[in-house]
Design a protein around this ligand. Structure first.
Ligand code: ARG
Length: 565
């Protein structure tokens, strides 16, 4: 951004300090009315060149004074250089920023980015908490793709392990109909019953473990049962993912690595990384006890979650040569991934960039949502509740909301409110769900962004004319609200980049909220359609850019916005 200003400043500095390599970056002043952009370059250089920051800043002020793009430049604070651009220059910046924020052509010459998220366990309905990782993962997939990266969106299904053994035992004891006819809820009931009964009857746990071992060994009957259960679960997941605008390229789950674990175990033993632990188990011991020992193989020979994760890492690296692997999980898995990555290093594997995309726990302000049958709060119920509440909000607002499709609008608002409720908060913190806040029309919420978008589109419909930044001419002065809005629009590419670099979708969400606020302030303070011709064109162009940015930005968060509302 502000490329010609950067060039000019660089030229000045290089003439004055010939041996210096400098880049001059411009950002938005933190006091938002202190110009269009500011640089801290004088503060950074002061030590290096042995002059005071103010001296250097003043030197830049004098040099930039007469640039044709500059309306005003001044020294501020300890050595900031604050610039106000001329209107034509500002509009040129705006065009450049909007181009920069467009989806990039896909980069063919780099490995893919693997983003793994959602990862539900089979035979259980999707729990409410699953929406957190699912929403964060999908937002990151969208943001990375938008930036031109090839992304593999991966649902690593939990389709293996002791829960199957338990389920098959429960099914043979208490099942009342063929598996094919069971819903995921029926399967959950069986699973819950298993745990209730196992509290009295300790032998059940052993039966479950034995069954899962037999499944691992290839018992045909158990395998057939397992396959049906996987199919039932996948089908029920599909509908929820559709409602959330979530989709995956792959759903290869834990079971896919069944035959890929033995070579890894052999490798680990040969390299002396896996050593014998208690009762014939295999463990990794970390140098200086960096982490607690990592269990790789149980004493009875059964493989574990960790064994599959090692095989999974190896497979992904060898098959896809990814530039990065990102795995979204709840903070409870932090240690597991630290141990996993350290083990990969000890095995001498060359890892791509890796991050365990951590997120916090979820809590509802209203107690009624916290527990239901089997201690699972089903995501489906939460989505339905959100949509019902959105319906009420729409009904209460009466004529203030205009829509031809109230049901579709309620779905968009309700689901959007939940997803935005997640994505607008720092993912590392625990999440507190507050329906009032999530569905409010004037807070940091999806309905607020949706309403603002619809408002902007409505202005554009009423204008009945071609609108574009290029078409803006002859504006001599603009109001402070115009300028603030221009400046906020200019920040869109930066917000996208920050969300990508930190893998924190809330950076984008909060930017969109700021944009919506600045648009509404502008809308309330200035006349748009009634303004004199050249200003009217400018304001309509800003309205269009706001609407387009809100739509594109929310789409990256997997949230939709209506044209009317
Ligand atoms: N299915 C697991 C769970 O529900 C999460 C999987 C995380 N990913 C991984 N590669 N281990 O706890």
């Amino acid at each position: 951004m502000f490329a010609s200003l950067s060039q000019q400043a660089k030229r000045l500095l290089q003439a004055e300090f010939p041996d210096l390599e400098v880049d001059v970056a411009w950002e938005r002043p933190s006091a938002r009315d202190h110009g269009d952009c500011t640089t801290t370059v004088a503060l950074q250089l002061a030590k290096k060149v042995g002059r005071s920051p103010k001296e250097i800043a003043q030197f830049l002020v004098d040099g930039l004074q007469n640039m044709p793009d500059v309306e005003n430049v001044e020294l501020a604070g300890p050595g900031y250089v604050n610039v106000r651009l001329t209107l034509p220059a500002l509009l040129k910046e705006l065009e450049a920023a909007m181009n920069e924020a467009k989806p990039k052509e896909s980069k063919k010459d780099e490995g893919p980015v693997i983003i793994e998220y959602s990862q539900p366990n089979i035979a259980k309905p999707l729990g409410a908490h699953h929406i957190i990782g699912t929403a964060i993962g999908q937002a990151l997939v969208n943001i990375y793709r938008h930036a031109g990266h090839t992304v593999i969106a991966w649902n690593y299904l939990g389709d293996y392990g002791t829960q199957f053994g338990k389920l098959s035992v429960a099914f043979s004891k208490w099942g009342t109909k063929p598996v094919e006819q069971c819903s995921v809820d029926d399967l959950l009931d069986l699973y819950v019953k298993f745990h209730e009964e196992a509290e009295q009857d300790k032998a059940l746990e052993d039966l479950g473990r034995a069954a899962s071992l037999r499944l691992e060994e290839g018992d045909e009957e158990l395998r057939a049962f397992w396959k049906k259960v996987v199919a039932i679960t996948k089908e029920s997941l599909g509908e929820l993912y559709r409602r959330l605008h979530v989709s995956f390229d792959l759903d290869l789950g834990e079971s896919f690595y069944e035959d890929k674990m033995v070579p890894v175990i052999e490798e680990g033993k040969a390299k002396g990384v896996f050593v014998e632990g208690e009762k014939g188990s295999l463990i990794v011991q970390f140098p200086n006890d960096l982490y607690p020992p990592y269990l790789i193989l149980r004493g009875d020979g059964a493989t574990l979650y960790s064994t599959r994760d090692l095989a999974q890492m190896k497979y992904r690296m060898e098959t896809y040569h990814p530039q990065a692997i990102f795995i979204a999980t709840d903070i409870a898995q932090k240690l597991h991934f630290e141990q996993l990555i350290e083990t990969c290093r000890m095995l001498g594997w060359e890892l791509p960039e890796f991050e365990n995309i951590l997120f916090g726990r979820m809590r509802f302000v209203e107690k009624s949502m916290s527990t239901r049958k089997g201690n699972i709060l089903k995501l489906e119920h939460v989505l339905d509740e959100a949509v019902e509440r959105a319906q009420k909000v729409i009904a209460e607002r009466g004529d203030a909301i205009q829509t031809d499709e109230p049901a579709a609008l309620a779905e968009m608002m309700g689901v959007g409110a939940l997803v935005y409720g997640i994505l607008s908060q720092n993912r590392k913190m625990d999440l507190v769900f507050d329906w009032e806040k999530m569905l409010s029309f004037d807070g940091n919420s999806a309905p607020y962004l949706q309403y603002t978008h619809a408002r902007a589109r409505s202005v554009l419909r009423k204008a009945e004319q071609e609108v574009s930044v290029q078409g803006v001419t002859g504006v001599t002065a603009m109001a402070p609200h115009d300028r603030l809005l221009v400046n906020t629009l200019l920040q869109y590419p930066t917000a996208l980049q920050e969300a990508l670099d930190t893998r924190m979708p809330h950076k984008l969400a909060n930017y969109l909220y700021q944009l919506a606020q600045d648009f509404n302030a502008f809308y309330n303070a200035e006349s748009i359609l009634q303004a004199e011709e050249s200003l009217r064109k400018l304001r309509l162009a800003l309205t269009l850019l706001t609407a387009d940015t809100l739509r594109a930005g929310t789409a990256l968060l997997a949230i939709q916005v209506p044209d009317r509302m």
